[in-house]
Design a protein around this ligand. Structure first.
Ligand SMILES: Cc1cc2nc3c(=O)[nH]c(=O)nc-3n(C[C@H](O)[C@H](O)[C@H](O)COP(=O)(O)O)c2cc1C
Length: 186
């Protein structure tokens, strides 16, 4: 199979990581893949914040769960109330993807960058998981505190995050794809 298609199809969300930190060369490849994503009007409206500090990741986990407990979704509330649940699954690295609020389509630009990073990670054997939960922190009362603490530039909104680390578990098989999601006009 074509290597790119193979990596797209075999990528799965990984939710158990080894504590060993990923190599900086690996991190740089993943970040570069994010930077090469398409963006509306080529605005490249993203900013990436790499966090490799366990204390800060644990703290952000606690605040994400606090925000999740009062979020209007039963599943997220349930997860957030689970003491054992960790927002980043104890991954040694997380990247927060923030978008410039006054650009054309920052949420979409950042999602494209996020997906590129996930596929790049898969291509070099690194486990990854898209983490949307943490974005709740940046819509709540602690938003300013964390934006400052994490050096997220003024005017940028954190939309997505990626947890990265060596896989502690094997990738599972992909869920069956929903049917009838394509139509053709020829
Ligand atoms: C926008 C978005 C937000 C997500 N947020 C989370 C999250 O906070 N925590 C998590 O464990 N997975 C999160 N995921 C991963 C999905 O749960 C996962 O992609 C989906 O279940 C399909 O599984 P797969 O990635 O293994 O194919 C998110 C995915 C997307 C696209």
């Amino acid at each position: 199979m074509n290597e790119t298609i193979g990596n797209i199809k075999s990528r799965r969300s990984i939710r158990a990581f080894k504590q060993e930190q990923i190599k900086d060369e690996e991190l740089q490849l993943i970040l570069e893949a994010g930077l090469y994503a398409p963006s509306a009007h080529n605005q490249q409206s993203w900013h990436f914040t790499v966090i490799q500090n366990k204390e800060i990741l644990d703290d952000l986990n606690e605040s994400s769960k606090e925000a999740g407990k009062i979020f209007n979704d039963k599943y997220i509330q349930q997860l957030s109330n689970n003491e054992k649940f960790h927002t980043f699954y104890h991954a040694p690295t997380a990247v927060i993807i923030s978008g410039k609020k006054d650009s054309l389509m920052p949420f979409a630009d950042c999602a494209a960058a996020t997906q590129n990073m996930l596929v790049a990670a898969q291509s070099i054997g690194i486990g990854s998981c898209w983490i949307g939960l943490v974005s709740l922190v940046f819509n709540g009362e602690k938003a300013k505190k964390y934006q400052d603490k994490l050096g997220i530039p003024e005017g940028y909104q954190p939309y997505h995050a990626v947890a990265l680390g060596y896989k502690k578990v094997k990738s599972t098989k992909a869920f069956a794809r929903k049917e009838n999601t394509v139509n053709y006009i020829r």
